[in-house]
Design a protein around this ligand. Structure first.
Ligand code: ATP
Ligand code: MG
Ligand code: FE
Length: 341
């Protein structure tokens, strides 16, 4: 089937056309970095308005790039949550209008499932079940992915997400927004052993994460005024990598047999993170799979692909399906000390 996918849950507006055989016919993406940069983070109202303004032209552009008409599409998929609710509603309402106009089925996609299945779009050999480290701006979770819509959460963050820690560290260091790639670039010039920083929860018996203390330690190190920005960035990145590695190693032992170790989400674009996980997979005789960098951060190809997987499994949704600000992949997972989804 041919699926049109729409993403609008945060500060990227994106539209893609993807086929069930993994062909990406087209993908368009409009970032909003300039609009949010003066505020040092995403402003929900500005984001929602920007999605409204740009989305129609992205739909037209993606269809034109692919050389197809709306009537050639077999289903319309859109992120229905979790995310900034105003933006999610813009994308979902647009998808509903297109589905109604062209008389096509609608597939409501969980944004996290978009990230979780994205490695399967570019790797046809990646089979279920796999252990997934989902590291993004809003989430840091270890999940066993058993199939479409089938997730078992082994661990999650009890406070901040890993991407959030990168963004906050960038802000403290005056590197600006968005933070992840800038911290990574600064870290390349620094000494990862220069600043002693904590490794929260490392060695504890459940594979959970905590990054709030690390962020405070970065703030103290910066305020002390003795360390260079590259040294703090490198030491911070190493601390995050050590936490991710230790917790993922534990989860591998708890997950049972899996076909591969997989990383997805925006922080999966970080080369130090990818390198460390690749080493862990090799040490365990497992395949390591990570999407190409452009598929790690938010995009619509992953939403179209998750929509394709759902559609091929027989799922579609009514036109009155609701947008959901919160939507856990594993609803049966217990809350961990105040953790979110
Ligand atoms: P979620 O998917 O949890 O709803 P989101 O959609 O905002 O959150 P993504 O787009 O998946 O998150 O990822 C964005 C996050 O990834 C940001 O926090 C950003 O700083 C981080 N990030 C992007 N590139 C890098 C990098 N090279 N190194 C570290 N972090 C990165
Ligand atoms: Mg973004
Ligand atoms: Fe995301």
């Amino acid at each position: 089937p041919l699926i049109l996918g729409i993403e609008s849950s945060c500060d990227e507006t994106a539209v893609a056309l993807v086929r069930g055989d993994r062909t990406i016919l087209s993908h368009r993406l409009a970032g909003q970095e300039a609009a949010h940069a003066p505020y040092g983070g995403v402003v929900p109202e500005i984001a929602a308005r920007a999605h409204v303004e740009i989305l129609p032209s992205l739909v037209e552009g993606a269809l034109a790039d692919a050389g197809v008409k709306l009537t050639d599409v077999d289903a319309i998929a859109a992120t229905a949550g979790p995310g900034l609710i105003g933006g999610v509603m813009v994308g979902l309402v647009t998808a509903k209008a297109l589905a109604l106009a062209a008389n096509k089925p609608l597939v409501a996609v969980n944004h996290l499932e978009g990230h979780a299945l994205s490695p399967r779009l570019t790797d046809p050999d990646l089979a279920y079940p796999y252990l997934l480290l989902l590291v993004s701006g809003g989430h840091c979770q270890l999940l066993r992915v058993d199939g479409v819509g089938q997730y078992r959460r082994l661990g999650t963050t009890i406070d901040d997400a890993a991407g959030e820690a990168f963004d906050k560290t960038a802000k403290v260091l005056g590197l600006g927004y968005p933070g992840g790639p800038r911290v990574e670039a600064a870290a390349m010039e620094g000494d990862a052993k220069a600043v002693p920083l904590p490794r929260p929860l490392v060695g504890t018996p459940d594979p959970h994460f905590s990054f709030a203390g690390l962020k405070s330690a970065v703030l103290r190190a910066h305020d002390a005024g003795i360390h260079s920005t590259p040294d703090i960035a490198a030491s911070f990145q190493q601390a995050v990598v050590d936490c991710l590695l230790d917790r993922t190693k534990l989860a591998l032992h708890l997950a049972g047999p899996v076909s591969a170790l997989v990383v997805a989400g925006g922080v999966a674009a970080n080369r130090a993170v990818r390198g460390a996980l690749e080493g862990l997979a090799a040490a365990n005789g497992l395949r390591f799979v990570a999407p190409p960098l452009w598929l790690c951060t938010d995009n619509a190809a992953m939403i179209a692909w998750a929509g394709a997987e759902r559609f091929m499994a027989g799922h579609s949704d009514p036109l009155d399906v609701a947008a959901r600000p919160r939507w856990p992949l594993d609803p049966s997972a217990e809350k961990v000390r105040g953790a979110g989804v």
